[in-house]
Design a protein around this ligand. Structure first.
Ligand code: GDD
Ligand code: MN
Length: 390
């Protein structure tokens, strides 16, 4: 027969922290009240990245007061999403809740996020600011706009979900086992889980997102760019054929605009002949592409198969440049300047598409295994962390 203990709902609350020593005592007290009021089993797992604000001193005392509190202090890793995953790995209960430590997410709502999961009325529950009854407390226009754009960009993955950026959510632990390899980059681990877990059944529960009173936000500009990077990977994952092609198109259009501008400028004020201007214009396009390519290589290093990406890029660029010039030269006596440039750019793009497809594979999407997986696992073994509980 099942013991009553076994039938009781149990929730593991994962709290990633960086410099939240001042907020933790109050957070834990409120989480404890919320779950105890329902008679549920619970635990809090704090994953701290070796905060310099004395968190490491606060945590053992808290764990002593509350046997349900455990903590992990990571000495080498840093990052909200990877902290959440590290917390998942330690969780003991069937239901997982993720929340911020700064009391922006109302702790008293944590059990309410678990309820639809228990009742089998959802596979993923979001504490949402953007459904009726939910809101954010006095956000500035910048932060609001920022959040709106970020949410709009995630629409292809989440459809009608109103608050896909939320850091307050709940799921069944078993979802993790069915997720494709998670890529814990940046802040949006909730979105990552929804996409990689192919979650369809999402329920949003209204919450009021309060402004933090103590400490400060770690959401930097660099973090916002990381979100774009994360999105780019999610697009590749979800739309492995379409996404790289759309990106290819975006880069080509950007390069072509710069190239057209350069040729126009040179012909108008540079007193150069058409062919030298075209040669410069084609170079400008390749330069713009190089900027995107550097970013691509730096951020996708782990996925890229090519051994010498820059050498391959250089050789392909030479072929592109020669083709563009040849086409321009062939047609510029019969077409006007504009048409000659457009045809030259067209020739360049065709060569680029074909050669990159053959040599760089980057217009076909990321199919490669994550090369660094092994490396990352090795690093894990040597990473010193502190695991604590009472
Ligand atoms: N372990 C760890 N490592 N924790 C981190 C790190 C890190 O590198 N960076 C931030 N945290 C913790 C913070 O201590 C806090 O508990 C939580 O993650 C959220 O960080 P904030 O810096 O307070 O983020 P925010 O308020 O700007 O952003 C929140 O709202 C966004 C929606 O507007 C978060 O909930 C985001 O996930 C959410 O998208
Ligand atoms: Mn916050």
């Amino acid at each position: 027969m099942d013991s009553p203990e076994k039938n009781r709902v149990g929730a593991s609350v994962i709290v990633p922290t960086y410099c939240e020593a001042e907020n933790l005592p109050s957070l834990i007290a409120q989480v404890a009240d919320a779950f105890n009021a329902r008679g549920w089993q619970w635990e809090v797992i704090v994953v701290d990245d070796n905060s310099p604000d004395g968190t490491a001193e606060v945590l053992p005392a808290l764990a002593k007061n509350y046997p349900q509190v455990r903590f992990l202090i990571r000495k080498e890793d840093r990052g909200l999403s990877s902290a959440v995953l590290a917390g998942f790995a330690l969780a003991r209960f069937d239901y997982l809740v993720v929340m911020d430590a700064d009391l922006s997410h109302p702790p008293e709502m944590a059990p309410a996020l678990v309820e639809p999961l228990v009742a089998k009325q959802a596979d993923f529950v979001i504490g949402s600011r953007n459904v009726a009854g939910g809101r954010t407390e006095s956000w500035g226009i910048f932060r609001w706009l920022n959040s709106a754009v970020a949410t709009a960009l995630s629409r292809p993955f989440v459809g009608q979900v109103r608050d896909s950026m939320a850091g307050f959510f709940a799921l069944r632990r078993e979802l993790l086992a069915t997720c494709d390899a998670l890529n814990p980059i940046g802040y949006k681990i909730g979105l990552e889980l929804i996409v990689k877990g192919r979650v369809r059944w999402i329920v949003e529960i209204p919450i009021v997102f309060r402004n933090r009173i103590r400490g400060k936000s770690k959401l930097t500009l660099a973090e916002q760019f990381r979100y774009l990077e994360h999105l780019s990977r999610l697009y590749d994952y979800q739309f492995p054929r379409g996404s790289p092609r759309v990106k290819f198109l975006i880069v080509c259009v950007c390069g072509a605009l710069v190239s057209l501008g350069a040729v126009a400028l040179l012909v108008k004020v540079g007193h150069t002949g058409f062919l030298p201007a075209l040669a410069m214009g084609l170079s400008a396009m390749i330069l713009v592409t190089l900027l995107f390519f550097v970013r691509y290589v730096r951020t996708q290093r782990d996925f890229i198969r090519m051994k010498r990406p820059y050498l391959e890029f250089f050789l392909i660029s030479v072929a592109e440049w020669c083709t563009g010039l040849l086409v321009g030269w062939a047609v510029h006596h019969v077409c006007g300047i504009l048409w000659s440039v457009l045809l030259a750019l067209g020739g360049l793009v065709v060569v680029r598409y074909v050669l990159r497809k053959i040599f760089l594979h980057d217009v076909r999407g990321i199919r490669g295994e994550r090369l660094a997986e092994g490396r990352a696992a090795e690093a894990k073994e040597t990473t010193p962390s502190v695991l604590g509980s009472s």
